[in-house]
Design a binder for this molecule. Structure first.
Ligand SMILES: Nc1ncnc2c1ncn2[C@@H]1O[C@H](COP(=O)(O)OP(=O)(O)OP(=O)(O)O)[C@@H](O)[C@H]1O
Length: 318
């Protein structure tokens, strides 16, 4: 059975790293006898439309395996997944993913190498799809729904994403290839300004209320923020979502908590609560920042139903 790749390339991902990764990978695909068609994203969000149109166009063919290869970061992967979901009526088209972003948290969580040569080998050597968990949310106030590969965050992490994106220094720092400094600088600012907020959480049949929420993240795997192991218990193959709530605490204690995350010891703090479930319902009535897979949801109140789903990915485990 021959393989044909539809490549969705975001040359801007990873501050331009994606472009170099693709230029090195394309001859190797040809050498491996894989045919491909290249589509480059032209504007933010374009990957969704490209994937949707491709899914609508492609015909299932028993002699050919059609695979969508994403070359970009978690944002491009998220958009591609959502476009494929919109455009597919029959069997889902498998996604191959060459991580080329800044954070690459999905690759960490799924066992896809962040070394592009190894990741490409994982893709080329695959002979069948690997089914992994993905998340889905339904937000009832603004009537939004979307799939996610990493996480949906409300509060601290989303405020950091928003502040870094709107920072006046971001362009300069990115130009100097030190964009992560933009996040570090914003982290300090958000730590001092983010207020506590009330959260109501329904986990399967269990209901919890927190008046002092600070960080609220529902995740599909352990990593967030570019490699922070916030939910070590989470897995892309357990058929469950994991949720963590960190209550507001004094700044030095919060910094200590972040240091303990490296060793996975933060879950023992009394202000840290975590759960796993197939269905999660979150309500936040105050205006808070939200993010999904690192993309801003805006500042608003939230009433979100989160569920787990599965999707075929094209790679062999490292
Ligand atoms: N031609 C383009 N011009 C500007 N932005 C684009 C273009 N194509 C895609 N984008 C946007 O680039 C953003 C960042 O992409 P992506 O998340 O893939 O990379 P990243 O942020 O470097 O990686 P990660 O999310 O893993 O940290 C996405 O929001 C995407 O919509």
């Amino acid at each position: 059975m021959s393989r044909h790749f539809y490549v969705i390339l975001n040359r801007h991902a990873g501050r331009g790293r994606a472009s170099k990764i693709w230029d090195a990978a394309s001859p190797k695909l040809k050498q491996a006898g894989i045919t491909y068609q290249l589509a480059e994203t032209r504007y933010p969000g374009h990957a969704t439309l490209l994937a949707e149109l491709y899914a609508k166009r492609v015909q299932p063919d028993s002699t050919d395996t059609n695979i969508v290869l994403v070359v970009g970061g978690d944002g491009t992967l998220n958009q591609t997944l959502n476009g494929l979901k919109l455009g597919t009526t029959g069997d889902p088209l498998p996604i191959a993913y060459l991580p080329a972003g800044s954070g690459n948290d999905f690759a960490r969580g799924a066992g896809i190498s962040r070394n592009p040569d190894i990741a490409l080998q994982q893709i080329i050597s695959a002979t069948e799809p690997t089914i992994l968990d993905i998340g889905h949310y339904d937000e009832t106030i603004k009537h939004e729904h979307r799939y996610f590969v990493n996480n949906v965050g409300i509060g601290f992490d989303a405020a950091v994403v928003s502040a870094a994106n709107h920072s006046s220094q971001k362009g300069l720092l990115n130009h100097l290839h030190i964009g992560s400094l933009a996040y570090m600088a914003q982290l300090a600012g958000v730590l001092t300004h983010q207020d506590a907020f009330p959260v109501t959480l329904q986990i399967d049949d269990q209901r919890e209320v927190f008046n002092n929420g600070f960080l609220l993240t529902t995740s599909n795997h352990p990593y967030f923020g570019g490699g922070v192991r916030i939910l070590p218990i989470a897995s892309v193959t357990d058929g469950k979502l994991s949720v963590i709530i960190v209550e507001k605490m004094r700044i030095p204690r919060f910094i200590f908590l972040f240091m303990m995350m490296g060793a996975g010891r933060h879950l023992g703090f009394k202000q840290v609560h975590h759960y796993q479930a197939e269905k999660i319902h979150l309500s936040v009535s105050s205006l808070e920042h939200g993010q999904v897979d690192g993309e801003e949801m805006g500042s608003r109140s939230f009433d979100i139903y989160l569920t787990i789903d599965q999707y075929p990915f094209w790679f062999t485990q490292a």
